[in-house]
Design a protein around this ligand. Structure first.
Ligand code: ADP
Ligand code: MG
Length: 554
């Protein structure tokens, strides 16, 4: 789009509702869309992704699969992505809260407040929350980690699978903690295997490497390859293991039978040298980053050396950490110090795939073999497990749990209303507005749980005022409970980041004074028509860019 068109476009927008109104509407529309997915009773959205039907109620997953046309809505969506990338949880809450903050802002702007005043009040509220959250936090005990994960992954599965995965996540997390107490997430490897039940998933001590790419090579070789090697000496080579035929061909003209024999002798000698180098260092298992040619594979098998080719770069790093091996660029460069060891190296077949498990007691590597019915569910489960482990790491960095189920939002709202009385001028109205916005979370949880949202909120406020500061909604039982006792708890740090990210998103949108289309923006791609159906509350929508029904903000 050229400059003149861009100006024409902005002019055209200016003839309609004010741009800031459109921005706010775009932000709140995302929130409208996600509110029904919040919490344990959140309902799934159905999306069509590359022709595959995807059912999910995970905010980050929904937003990721959506084509979002409005630049303002994109800002809000980005915050959700940042939220889940940073903490592994809370993206739905961040969007719902950002939407509520924008809705509140709309009426404050109508009352004549300046956007800067609103933004100022919002940040004042976020600062206050930062200061009070730690005071509301309780210490967890041994079982808390599992509660944190169940609360985070709530509503994705039935109770049995939720409990199973929470337990798996906690065990993987604990296993990945080094002796220094630090968590090294790179020590956890997750391998998804389609086919089987989620509850067949297992945690293995050691590093699991997917060897599907090289497994054929194992079955091809004429000599029997060991299934398991105990007390293995391990070498890692970042080279293609083959005898360089182009060189040997050029070195001999291959015209006579003599030359041919000499060429073959040369190759034989090269192959022998490979095998002898490995044998000289008592190598039992060889991982090669590139390919290993057929003849060499045969000879290595005869020498009893287990070889895996096409090992991925990230796996090479993990192998180095797990075994103490150091990858060498060429096999010639292999020396004693580059050879690592493992208690055991074992080939296993699972769900139609082949894997090699490298176990070493002194290493902190653990692997999860994740099973689920279909590749899509495997992916979704893998994502949730990764998120859960990342969330637990948050807790290691900053301990402290707060009650979930809307309890903390009600407590924070109460505190903010009190605090707002001491804030001078019109900003106090914006501080109060944050309190109202926070309460949309328990309201949404109540509605999704089939409770009356108004009565529930009033009852929550009453009990909090009476000092019952941990009372929240139990979505499973559909009643008000002490959320901590019920195990519905979240890291205080998560709550704080949700508030901070939502406040930032709302502030960004409120600061936008106009949208200037540039080449490559949605309209310029030719699918940002101005006549979309505005039904953005539907439970089913398409994520193809051709005609998604809820695109707004144009
Ligand atoms: P997010 O993407 O924000 O994590 P979720 O759909 O996971 O969204 O919902 C999180 C909200 O659900 C939090 O406010 C949390 O306290 C609440 N929640 C989790 N488990 C329960 C439960 N059993 N009962 C009531 N609320 C719950
Ligand atoms: Mg969650």
């Amino acid at each position: 789009m050229n400059g003149t068109d861009a100006i024409a476009n902005v002019t055209r927008r200016a003839e309609g509702p004010a741009v800031s109104e459109l921005n706010v509407a775009a932000g709140t529309a995302l929130a409208d869309l996600l509110r029904s997915t919040l919490g344990p009773n959140g309902r799934d959205k159905m999306m069509v992704d590359d022709g595959t039907v995807v059912l999910t109620n995970d905010g980050a997953s929904i937003v990721d699969r959506m084509e979002i046309a409005s630049p303002a809505a994109k800002l809000v969506a980005d915050v959700a992505r940042a939220q889940s990338g940073e903490l592994g949880d809370g993206s739905t809450s961040a969007i719902v809260l950002a939407g509520a903050l924008l809705e509140e802002a709309e009426s404050l702007l109508e009352d004549g407040l300046h956007p800067t005043t609103v933004v100022g009040g919002y940040h004042e509220a976020a600062r206050r929350i930062h200061g009070t959250l730690d005071g509301m936090a309780v210490d967890g005990d041994d079982g808390s980690l599992r509660d944190v994960v169940s609360t985070a992954i709530t509503g994705r599965w039935d109770d049995e699978r939720t409990a199973f995965l929470a337990d798996l996540a906690v065990r993987a997390y604990r296993a990945a903690r080094g002796p220094d107490g630090d968590v090294h997430l790179e020590n956890v490897t997750i391998h998804g295997v389609a086919g089987g039940e989620t509850t067949d998933s297992e945690l293995l001590d050691g590093l699991v490497i997917d060897t599907d790419a090289s497994s054929t090579s194992l079955s091809d070789v004429p000599a029997p390859v060991p299934r398991r090697v105990r007390d293995a000496r391990v070498a890692v080579v970042d080279d293609q293991l083959t005898v360089q035929s182009p060189e040997s061909v050029s070195r001999y003209s291959l015209e006579s039978a003599d030359d041919l024999r000499r060429a073959r002798d040369h190759e034989e000698a090269e192959y022998r040298r490979y095998v002898e180098t490995l044998a000289a260092h008592d190598v039992d298992v060889l991982f090669c980053q590139k390919s290993v040619d057929d003849r060499l594979r045969t000879q290595l098998a005869r020498a009893g050396i287990l070889v895996f080719e096409r090992t991925r770069q990230d796996e090479v790093h993990k192998l180095e950490r797990a075994t103490g091996a150091r990858a060498v660029m060429r096999l010639d460069a292999l020396d004693r110090s580059a050879v690592g060891r493992a208690d055991g190296v074992e080939r296993v077949e699972l769900g139609g795939g082949s894997f090699v498990v490298v176990r070493e007691a002194s290493s902190e590597q653990v692997s999860v073999l994740l099973r689920a019915g279909t590749p899509h569910v495997v992916d979704e489960t893998e994502r949730i497990l990764t998120d859960a482990i990342a969330l637990l790491e948050t807790l290691a960095v900053r301990p402290g749990l707060v009650p979930g189920g809307g309890a903390t939002e009600v407590a924070l709202a109460r505190d903010l209303r009190e605090h707002g009385r001491g804030v001078a001028g019109r900003e106090s109205l914006a501080v109060d507005a944050v309190a109202d916005a926070l309460e949309t979370i328990p309201v949404a949880l109540a509605r999704n749980a089939g409770l009356d949202p108004v009565d529930t909120l009033l009852e929550l406020r009453r009990r909090h005022a009476a000092g019952d500061v941990r009372v929240g909604i139990d979505g499973d039982a559909g009643e008000l409970v002490d959320a901590v006792d019920r195990g519905v708890v979240e890291p205080a740090h998560l709550k704080e980041r949700v508030v901070a990210n939502a406040t930032d998103a709302a502030s960004l949108v409120l600061r936008i004074d106009g949208i200037i289309e540039t080449a490559g923006s949605a309209d310029a791609d030719g699918h940002g028509g101005h006549d979309h159906d505005h039904d953005h509350g539907g439970a089913a929508f398409r994520s193809d860019p051709g005609g998604y029904p809820w695109a707004i903000g144009h």
